[in-house]
Design a binder for this molecule. Structure first.
Ligand SMILES: *Cc1c(COP(=O)(O)O)cnc(C)c1O
Length: 380
């Protein structure tokens, strides 16, 4: 951590960083955590994969988030070391025996499963496990990423796994993910309804339903309803289908809790007529832009070497990242002020989720530099 600064301009004037720097804004993380803790009708878990930095975990915990969705030994250890006493759910549906044992030894009891083989594996190693049976959610519900192509049981298998857990004497829960950056609150309602109707066909009791993540962040071209609309749709579905069956709801957002809490400060290395080269790209902190394209269009601003905004007329330029790979190019042009040039900075917002965590070390170009910023992105 380089330090804490009142604003990005103050940071630039003090440090003139020549490597990409991830900027953390704990105030924004606190605000996001508060909206979930106050607004979501149930317990809130944080999906650690989107940003496992200890400061992010501590900030969320400070606002009352006590449950964490982990998917690897590293994430298990990170949560245990940063927040002793927090509860972790191991929500990866394909785990090795050694990973399950490690989780068990850290006190984890909740394990996602989406087939009988994985359930038997977990049950054999963790006698008091609570299997969280993952249901696949049909596509076409307005999410940018489908998270049910790789994981999640289709209806028949979902029922079979629930019944098998019951036969093993385990009390199972239900989990699913409607897809990341889901733009339609009703997707949660349909999924809750689908899960409870399949459950009814088994006649089995279930106490816990984790409705996953998928809550949106507000990208440049995103028309997503406010979070309150999601909470209202979920609360209504909860009253209609979960509460009457004695089922408690949980959620496990990543993006909506962390995206606004971080930005990426990059520097212009070379300015050409039609293009600019910057010091980070799609193999680094901007990886997710490659996958999400326009649907994850990041807000950005261009400032000079003293942190003052460039105000020239905007011109569209192709933006290349630093590696020697021809694919290292943003999938859309940026509108960059005409007076911007080499040595200026571009700050990309909404990088607090799926930013630093996704960066590779291609060409030896990876930056772990971080600083904390007090001001909001929109205030500068
Ligand atoms: C990635 C993931 C999440 C977080 O999803 P967001 O769309 O970032 O909210 C939650 N649960 C599971 C199982 C995931 O894989």
């Amino acid at each position: 951590m380089i330090g804490r600064f009142a604003s990005v301009a103050a940071f630039i004037r003090s440090e003139r960083p020549d490597v990409p720097v991830h900027l953390l804004r704990p105030r924004q993380v606190r605000a996001a955590a508060r909206s979930f803790v106050e607004g979501f009708p149930g317990d809130v878990l944080y999906a650690v994969k989107c940003n496992a930095h200890p400061l992010v975990l501590e900030t969320l915990h400070g606002q009352g988030i006590r449950h964490f969705d982990v998917a690897s030994p590293m994430e298990i250890r990170r949560v245990a070391e940063t927040l002793p006493g927090a509860t972790a759910f191991y929500h990866h549906p394909a785990k090795s025996p050694a990973q399950i044992e490690l989780a068990r030894d850290y006190g984890i009891r909740h394990f996602a499963v989406d087939c009988i083989a994985e359930l038997d594996k977990v049950a054999g190693l963790v006698p008091d496990a609570i299997p969280m049976v993952r249901l696949a959610i049909p596509p076409g519900n307005g999410a940018v990423y489908d998270l049910s192509t790789k994981f999640g049981a289709p209806p028949d298998r979902f029922r079979a796994v629930l019944e098998h857990a019951h036969a093993l004497g385990l009390s199972a829960g239900i989990t699913f993910h409607v897809g990341s950056q889901c733009l339609d609150p009703q997707a949660f309602r349909s999924a809750i309804r689908l899960a409870t109707s399949l459950l009814d066909e088994t006649g089995l009791p279930v106490r816990l339903m984790d409705i996953g993540g998928g809550f949106p962040a507000y990208y440049r071209l995103t028309e997503a309803p406010p979070l309150a609309a999601y909470f209202a749709a979920i609360a209504e579905a909860g009253r209609e289908w979960a509460a009457p069956r004695g089922i408690r709801l949980m959620c496990e957002p990543g993006r909506a809790l962390a995206a606004e809490g971080g930005s990426l400060l990059t520097r212009i290395v070379l300015t050409k007529a039609e293009a600019i080269h910057i010091n980070d790209g799609i193999f680094g902190g901007l990886t997710e832009v490659y996958w999400g394209k326009e649907a994850l269009s990041l807000p950005y601003r261009v400032v000079d070497e003293d942190g003052r905004p460039r105000r020239g007329r905007a011109r569209p330029v192709a933006v290349y990242g630093p590696t020697c790979d021809g694919n290292d190019r943003l999938p859309y042009p940026l509108a960059v002020p005409e007076d911007a040039g080499d040595g200026d900075y571009i700050e990309f917002n909404l990088i607090g989720a799926y930013g630093r965590e996704m960066a590779a070390r291609y060409n030896g170009m990876v930056s772990d530099a971080m600083a904390t910023i007090d001001s909001d992105f929109d205030d500068e």
